[in-house]
Design a protein around this ligand. Structure first.
Ligand code: FAD
Length: 488
């Protein structure tokens, strides 16, 4: 009888080398890297599908959306973005980004230019290390500057349905932009779009295929127990509603919920959590594709940065870094020494757990459209295109402007992923992999390949189908799962 209970309580599988809680981009990339090196894991995700947390749409390959961050951070963002784009090429939308500074703003073009030149040199050095790193086009085309005279000349040219060159992208965009409001010059940079539905689909298909990962979706982890001092063959017990899983190494990749498991372990981890949203709109068909448009501005003020991200089939996603659009009153909360898992207020918690009221979707999306209209007057005809893409993320420490978080190892055989940008996921996964090796959890494995053959074995048509299914299942237009620029 006792043996029977033991069997139904503990997982039938013996002991997993690694247990990962949270199937966001960090958790799935960790599981994929472990699989690539032949290390078994069990991955728990409480939602129906993976990569279902806060959204991402921009591959920050150079940090050009953040004029205040250091050159070192821009370089790291570029390096990490290239690594992730190489891992998930089917999720990358190769359209450029227009960077502009409104006349009302403090940023000066000369500072941006200096930084861009350093980024070009850095990009060249990455290509010199490995020619496969050339995923942002030729280094000399990484950015292009446009003066007022250049823009006036381009407005006279016809639109190009499928632009290929920087000038063609700029020609299409500038017809719609009130550039009298902008400081001159403006810049077109090769920072691409990044499709979360496609990344999620490819990761889920690959994890279902590999025998090295036991993917458990719809599975909420309720408790963890540290048994490192109990002289057992394993170090941690991970409890779900009806089963306990035994693992040697524990990875907490719960995103903004990571603090909940620190509380069980009485660990102190100073961090912030932030709730943000981006809005889905539909605009009239225009004659040619446009780049992503960035109008810089001071975060949290009524002039906060405006970001218009083009998707397939005339859908556009909008971020506006004002308290009325992307940011929220009480949307940034700090952990306390005795309360490691900070809580949002009732209004935000309601959105996170039950979704949005239709009246809030309409009100905020319309405010977002209005923000864009300041710079793109014709955008006033845009309408609500679907529910917002939203979510909460963690920010380690106490600086809400931090852009690169990585991983911490607060105690032996325990890793906490603290990524701020999705692009840091592979760096974190590789550090966890090293730690698993260094602690002797598994003996050294040999895999010097930079590519992930498991991911590469997933056919494009399967990614297309599942990405579309994920968008639909989550209530978004199917078009959001497609790329603007079809990959050859
Ligand atoms: C509006 C917005 C826009 C953004 N845009 C970009 C962008 O353009 N580019 C970019 O690089 N980054 C962007 N980010 C940041 C990016 O979304 C995050 O860095 C990234 O999603 C974090 O991934 P993660 O895996 O650490 O966490 P998450 O994605 O939050 O994953 C954590 C997972 O853990 C699961 N989980 C939690 N608790 C449990 C439990 N008890 N049991 C089982 N599962 C559990 C959750 O369901 C979730 O799926 C944006 C963030 C926001 C909010």
């Amino acid at each position: 009888m006792i043996l029977q209970n033991f069997k139904s309580y503990f997982s039938m599988r013996e002991i997993y080398n690694v247990g990962i809680i949270g199937g966001g981009v960090s958790g799935v990339v960790t599981a994929l890297q472990l699989s690539k090196h032949g290390i078994d894991s069990v991955l728990f995700e409480q939602q129906k599908s993976v990569v279902n947390g806060p959204p991402f749409c921009h591959l920050h390959a150079g940090g050009n959306l953040y004029p205040d961050i250091s050159v070192a951070q821009c370089q790291l963002l570029m390096k990490q973005s290239i690594e992730m784009a190489r891992m998930f090429p089917e999720s990358i939308d190769e359209r450029p980004t227009l960077i502009s500074v409104p006349k009302t703003e403090k940023y000066e073009f000369s500072n941006l230019k200096q930084r861009l030149d350093m980024l070009v040199d850095y990009y060249k050095s990455l290509i010199a290390e490995d020619s496969e790193n050339e995923i942002l086009g030729a280094p000399e085309d990484y950015y292009k500057i446009y003066t007022k005279a250049d823009l006036e000349r381009l407005t006279e040219l016809p639109s190009v349905k499928q632009p290929k060159t920087s000038d063609q992208w700029m020609t299409n965009a500038i017809k719609f932009i009130d550039f009298k409001k902008l400081k001159m010059p403006v810049i077109l940079v090769q920072e691409y779009g990044w499709n979360l539905f496609r990344l999620g689909a490819q990761a889920q298909l690959a994890l279902n295929k590999t025998s090295f990962c036991d993917l458990k979706t719809n599975t909420n982890v309720t408790h963890i127990k540290d048994v490192r001092n109990e002289n057992l063959d394993y170090n941690w017990e991970i409890s779900t509603k009806d089963t306990v899983y035994r693992v040697n190494y524990l990875v907490n990749s719960c995103g903004f919920k990571a603090g909940a498991f620190d509380e069980f372990l009485h660990l102190n981890n100073e961090h912030l959590i932030e709730f943000k949203a981006a809005y889905v709109s539909k605009w009239d068909a225009i004659p040619g594709l446009i780049p992503e448009l960035i109008f810089h501005g001071e975060r949290g003020t009524p002039r906060g940065m405006v970001q218009l991200t083009p998707y397939s089939d005339d859908y556009y996603q909008i971020h506006g870094m004002t308290n009325e659009v992307t940011l929220f009153k009480n949307g940034l909360v700090k952990s306390q020494e005795k309360v490691q898992q900070p809580e949002f207020d009732e209004a935000i918690t309601e959105k996170l757990t039950r979704g949005w009221e239709p009246k809030d979707i309409k009100a905020r999306t319309e405010k977002a459209i209005q923000l864009v209209t300041q710079f793109v007057p014709a955008f006033k005809s845009a309408i609500v295109g679907g529910p917002p893409l939203f979510g909460a993320q963690q920010i380690p420490g106490d600086d809400p402007n931090l852009r690169i978080g990585e991983v911490r190892f607060p105690c032996k055989t325990y890793a906490r992923s603290e990524i701020v940008k999705a692009s840091s996921a592979l760096t974190v996964a590789n550090q966890i992999l090293d730690e698993v090796h260094n602690l002797g959890i598994v003996s050294e494995t040999q895999d010097s390949n930079t590519e992930n053959t498991l991911l590469e074995s997933i056919p494009k048509k399967d990614i297309d189908a599942l990405a579309e299914g994920l968008a639909e299942q989550r209530g978004y237009p199917k078009a959001l799962s497609r790329l603007l620029i079809e990959r050859s």
